[in-house]
Ligand binder design. Structure first.
Ligand SMILES: O=C(O)C[C@H]1C=CC(=O)O1
Length: 91
């Protein structure tokens, strides 16, 4: 099942920089592990924003929820999920 996921990151300004950097490093490693696994085949930066559009390829809504809720930046994210279906004109 394919999902379009929009993630907007809002790290509080008062979070110590060292702590923020540690979370971002864990996020990068977690994200890259999922990309290597094939479950997160696309991630694109939104120009000018601390946000991304991603494609996830997972077995179920529950699996996607588990993967997203384990993102180290999850507490600081606004996430919108759009389920994708095959377009009838797609070739
Ligand atoms: O930078 C982001 O868009 C947020 C998050 C998603 C993957 C990652 O490494 O960080």
């Amino acid at each position: 099942m394919l999902f379009l996921v929009h993630m907007i990151v809002n790290i509080p300004r008062d979070l110590p920089e060292e702590q923020a950097n540690e979370i971002k490093l864990r996020e990068k490693n977690y994200s890259q592990d999922l990309q290597r696994s094939g479950k997160w085949p696309h991630i694109w930066r939104v120009v000018g924003e601390y946000a991304n559009y991603s494609i996830f390829d997972v077995e179920s809504n529950d699996e996607l929820h588990t993967l997203l809720s384990q993102l180290p930046l999850f507490p600081f994210m606004e996430i919108k999920v759009t389920p994708l279906a095959k377009h009838p004109s797609a070739i």
